[in-house]
Write a protein that binds this ligand. Structure first.
Ligand code: HXC
Length: 525
């Protein structure tokens, strides 16, 4: 054959690409895809189409195929190797994605599949855009052995490198096991979908083999379980579309990377006191132990009353979520007196600590609303590690450098005062309502500790107890002792809250702080 003889014409080469594209398109017609649809699940490409702006998605490595030869693998080498990767836009902003395809080897991760994800993660990190992982996978591909394990570790390494640099969101939309849950666990947010998402390190069958215990998927790692009990998921979506919508709204609150500010929107501030503002004046009950809904305070302050909660169903004694004030994102942390009297427990501390750290990493100011009687007194809390695990919350506040504003509406007692965004942790502006009670403890407890003998020896113990309690509360259970010392910057009427918070955040917009250089802190884990 002479050097200039043609082996394939240009037309033939173009036809070959067209054929490969046809092969790719045909994958949407297989039995496995039909089975996926029968389970009420979308395919990887359908998910990307539903999440991204129409026509914006660019797929990479669509022609990649695995190189495995064992167990008859060489007879089946599907295009793409079970994961779709690429980039596109969501609400006009660039985002990278990988979507695992359960219809190919159960979405399991092998060498080529791992290389594809590594490549798209590297692209996201070096170009500073969020990465979304859509997980629907049986974990490490059993046929490929240690290589699969190696790539999971490669993924985790990259998730950690990207942590705090670009937002990372994991959507769980299948029976995810092994590495398919550990890699998402290190990302910023995990979203699960009712009935179709399951997460477990060890699945029910293996669990039964090893322990003899029978437990179904839903109980072991269903979406409801992880949203209400384990706290491993941040949102329980009704269906996949609801999950995509949640992700879109979360991204609208975050910058694309840590060198940018979160997106800001035009939202003129209503400068007058509104009827809704006035409603706050009647919110706090006269009886100190009567609950009220802190959501009403939060929503009265946020633009359009809109709060996007994270872990809404977990540790409901504390509210965490994103909202906007004057068009700019804020992260809200608020005690909820409607649940367990808002006492802080391990779950609440861990929930809020992680949320504050996410806000801090991505320049989202933290707005705290306080009504906390203190830490939950309970033997299990002590033995389960409230000291070590509750310390995360105080650490997170003390470490954060974003603008921070705190509003004390009622109780701020003892450790609760110290931990929940107090001035001393570095909060910039601390506001309090006239109903605030900032002290070591409430009147009942204080009288018991200080005056037990005096009460017992009094002619009328009940009347004496009442008198001493009133004396204590008048002297200490108010915002003014703290205000005298500058621990509270301003005591405001409840109806002034929205405008006071708006002004405070505006004043703090250009806040700058520097920290002493170090490798990293050592947060208690
Ligand atoms: C290869 C797999 C697979 C895997 C599933 N499949 N998991 N192939 N490697 N890990 C294949 C099945 O053989 C089947 O192929 C198809 O995917 C669908 O699986 P089914 O079992 O029919 O589906 P379902 O009943 O829905 O059960 C899903 C499942 C189950 C719960 C995920 O398949 C399962 O338990 N898989 C194993 C999970 C696991 O132990 N993975 C390893 C974890 S260790 P056919 O051809 O029949 O359609 C790990 C280490 C991480 O991940 C290390 C981190 C550092």
């Amino acid at each position: 054959m002479s050097a200039d003889e043609i082996t394939a014409s240009t037309a033939e080469r173009i036809a070959e690409l067209a054929n490969r594209r046809t092969e790719l398109a045909a994958m949407a017609e297989t039995d496995a895809v039909r089975r996926q649809h029968e389970k009420g699940k979308m395919t990887a490409r359908e998910r990307i189409d539903a999440l991204f702006d129409a026509g914006s998605f660019v797929e990479l490595d669509a022609f990649a195929r695995h190189r495995s030869r064992d167990f008859g693998m060489d007879r089946h080498r599907p295009l793409g190797d079970g994961v779709v990767t690429g980039y596109g836009t969501i609400d006009g902003r660039r985002v990278c994605v990988f979507a695992q395809d359960f219809t190919v080897f159960g979405g399991s991760l092998g060498e080529v599949y791992g290389e594809k994800i590594v490549k798209i993660m590297d692209l996201a990190l070096k170009t500073g855009c969020p990465i979304i992982g859509i997980n629907d996978s049986g974990g490490a591909r059993i046929q490929e052995g240690v290589v699969s394990l190696a790539f999971y570790a490669e993924l985790v390494k990259r998730h950690v490198a990207a942590s705090g640099v670009i937002p990372q969101i994991s959507l769980m939309v299948g029976p995810c096991a092994g590495g398919a849950v550990y890699a998402p666990a290190v990302t910023d947010l995990v979203v699960m979908v009712e009935n179709i998402s399951h997460m477990f390190v060890t699945g029910p069958e293996v669990l039964h083999t090893v322990t003899g215990q029978r437990v179904d998927r839903e109980e072991l790692g269903g979406a409801m379980r992880h949203n209400t009990v384990s706290g491993s998921s941040h949102y329980l979506a009704r269906d996949e579309k609801d999950a995509f919508e949640y992700i879109r709204v979360v991204l609208s609150h975050l910058p694309s990377n840590n060198m940018q500010e979160p997106p800001a929107y035009d939202a003129p501030v209503v400068a007058e006191i509104t009827a809704e503002d006035r409603e706050l004046d009647g919110l706090i009950p006269d009886r100190p132990n009567q609950p009220y809904d802190m959501q009403r305070v939060v929503r009265a302050v946020l633009d359009d009353g809109e709060l996007l909660e994270t872990q809404q169903l977990f540790a409901r004694n504390i509210i965490c979520g994103f909202g906007r004030v004057a068009g700019r994102s804020v992260g809200v942390v608020a005690n909820q007196p409607m649940v367990s009297a808002a006492a802080l427990d391990i779950d609440a501390c861990e929930k809020a600590a992680r949320f504050i750290r996410m806000c801090d990493a991505f320049h989202v100011p933290v707005l705290t609303f306080v009504d906390v009687p203190g830490f939950l007194p309970a033997v299990e809390q002590e033995t389960d590690g409230i000291i070590r695990r509750g310390a995360k919350l105080i650490y997170a506040y003390a470490e954060a450098t974003v603008p921070m504003v705190t509003v004390v509406t009622r109780k701020a007692y003892g450790g609760g005062y110290g931990v929940m965004g107090s001035k001393h942790l570095g909060i910039d502006i601390n506001l309090a309502w006239p109903t605030a009670e900032i002290a070591v403890m409430g009147g009942e407890s204080a009288v018991t500790v200080l005056h037990r003998r005096a009460v017992a020896e009094a002619a009328d113990p009940a009347a004496e107890r009442l008198r001493l309690r009133a004396e204590y509360e008048r002297a200490l259970c108010n915002p003014y002792v703290a205000a005298e010392r500058g621990y509270i910057d301003e005591v405001i009427m409840p109806h002034e809250t929205r405008l006071a918070v708006t002004r405070a955040l505006e004043a703090l917009r250009d806040k700058r702080t520097t920290r002493i250089a170090r490798k990293h802190g050592n947060i208690p884990l």
